[in-house]
Design a protein around this ligand. Structure first.
Ligand SMILES: [Zn+2]
Ligand SMILES: [Zn+2]
Length: 97
């Protein structure tokens, strides 16, 4: 799946959402089939990711989950992702629902 790297934004108010995986971090691990990365997904950020963040992009259908640090999860402006970041669908009916 080829994803755009630019024009991403956080989904406001997604912090209270829950899924069956227990956390969105675990949701990302369950459905990416990958190990949790050591760096945040946001371009230019090398903090340790601590959560699975809800993000969206005008050119991508549906909301996605990506590994992020606390600081980037507070960004109110648009941001870019590193190349090769794995996004998992946040839609529970397509994943753990
Ligand atoms: Zn889940
Ligand atoms: Zn970050």
């Amino acid at each position: 799946m080829n994803l755009p790297v630019d024009n991403w934004s956080n989904v406001n108010g997604s912090g209270e959402r829950k899924c069956r995986c227990g956390s969105w971090k675990q949701h990302w691990i369950n459905f990416s089939g990958k190990e949790w990365p050591s760096n945040c997904s946001v371009k230019g950020c090398y903090e340790r990711p601590v959560l699975g963040a809800h993000v969206r992009n005008p050119d991508v259908k549906g909301e996605k989950i990506i590994p992020m640090c606390c600081g980037c999860n507070q960004l109110e402006n648009k941001f870019s992702l590193k190349g090769g970041v794995t996004c998992v669908s946040a839609n529970m009916s397509e994943t753990c629902g």
